[in-house]
Write a new protein. Structure first.
Ligand SMILES: *Cc1c(COP(=O)(O)O)cnc(C)c1O
Length: 376
């Protein structure tokens, strides 16, 4: 008998998602606008605070593309991006005809390293290619070194874009991730801490920029009775049906954060006596991580693979940490600054099942698979 699959991170619905979808059907708001889109934006604005304005869009990737456009990133420009991340952090740079410049991580948060960032900025600027923006990621929900990164970027007057796709509900010194930079992005893909099946949001500093984002996201239509266009537009707005799911999910966000953090505590306990395995954990009390995924560092690439395969044997999904962008075939000719921190995390890092919907039975299966593996 095959055991049911334990997933890394699967959608976890609350109570009211279907109620909001039904309202959309009842009023025929089956379109990429409507009360759920406005409602989700208001919910997110209320949650994030700091007077941010939200534009709900079709994906986190689309949100990042819009952020780059709004910052004026054009063909031939360079944009710095954290190397240790999902490809969606870097791809929109290429959509603009610009070139990414990848930067290594530091070992405390696994996020972009302030020293390597400064080296990159100095050298690119000396080469006559001052970077147009820096994309910093809160990987697996762990806040990046906010003060250091913003100080370096600020010193050279380069705007930061916060990729908070994995970090809704995380905060640093009590301030929410997604509110530190002028613009940030969120993702509601199916595997994220809350989902709209597919969706994302651009966090804007004011109503004016939000208006510009929505204009671009709805085909850049000029004010006229006919269809007239002075700009190239995009079809990036969020569906009112998807936004209905999002409104239901916002009602359980805090609960989901607590449950994901509970999974991290569960693994902390399992690995507490195991010297060779460490967890990605908050480097201090200033950091509050939603622990979207719990990630561990094993002793070696071999141990990481052995653990992954042992879990797979029991139908438990785990996944190597994101493969750094500077090691991706598609980015092989792109400049890179830093050492081997990201590469080493990739070699030895593994993400473990972290879903908020895992049951006690699932946890017991995970625990026995890991303890069995460790006692070999
Ligand atoms: C998921 C993710 C994105 C992209 O979001 P989509 O909604 O899937 O387009 C961007 N950056 C990071 C770090 C992500 O994990």
């Amino acid at each position: 008998m095959t055991k049911n699959k334990i997933w890394l991170s699967s959608p976890h619905m609350g109570e009211n998602e279907q109620k909001y979808i039904k309202e959309a059907f009842d009023h025929n708001w089956v379109a990429p606008l409507g009360p759920n889109v406005n409602g989700l934006e208001a919910d997110l604005e209320g949650f994030l605070g700091e007077e941010k304005k939200i534009a709900a869009v079709s994906t986190g990737t689309a949100a990042l593309h819009l952020a780059l456009i709004l910052l004026g990133v054009k063909a031939g420009d360079e944009v710095i991006c954290q190397s240790l991340t999902f490809s969606a952090s870097a791809n929109p740079i290429v959509y603009q005809g610009a070139t990414p410049v990848f930067v290594d991580s530091e070992p405390d948060t696994w996020n972009i390293c302030p020293g390597a960032l400064e080296d990159a900025i100095k050298e690119r600027t000396a080469l006559g290619m001052k970077p147009k923006a820096v994309i910093a990621v809160h990987l697996y929900g762990m806040p990046y070194k906010v003060e250091e990164i913003h100080a370096v970027a600020g010193k050279y007057d380069i705007p930061v874009i916060e990729d908070a796709a994995e970090a809704l509900g995380s905060h640093y010194k009590g301030q929410n991730c997604g509110t530190f930079a002028p613009m940030a992005i969120l993702s509601f893909n199916g595997n994220k801490i809350i989902t709209t099946s597919g969706g994302g949001a651009l966090v804007c500093p004011d109503e004016d920029l939000k208006k510009k984002a929505v204009f671009l996201a709805t085909q850049a239509r000029d004010q006229a009775p006919h269809y007239q266009h002075s700009h190239i537009g995009y079809n990036y707005r969020m569906s009112n049906i998807c936004a209905g799911i999002g409104r239901g999910q916002m009602e359980v966000l805090e609960e989901r954060v607590a449950q994901r953090r509970g999974m991290h505590a569960f693994y902390t306990e399992i690995f507490s006596g195991v010297k060779e395995i460490t967890l990605l954990r908050a480097p201090g009390t200033d950091y509050f991580c939603n622990h979207w995924l719990t990630a561990i560092l094993t002793e070696s690439f071999e141990q990481r693979e052995a653990l992954r395969l042992a879990l797979d044997e029991d139908n438990i999904e785990s996944r190597p940490v994101w493969k750094p962008m500077h090691l991706q075939p598609v980015f092989k000719d792109v400049p890179y600054y830093g050492g081997r921190v990201a590469e080493d995390i990739f070699d030895r890092g593994l993400c473990l099942p972290s879903g908020s919907n895992l049951t006690d039975t699932d946890r017991e299966r995970i625990r026995s698979a890991i303890t069995k593996f460790l006692s070999i």
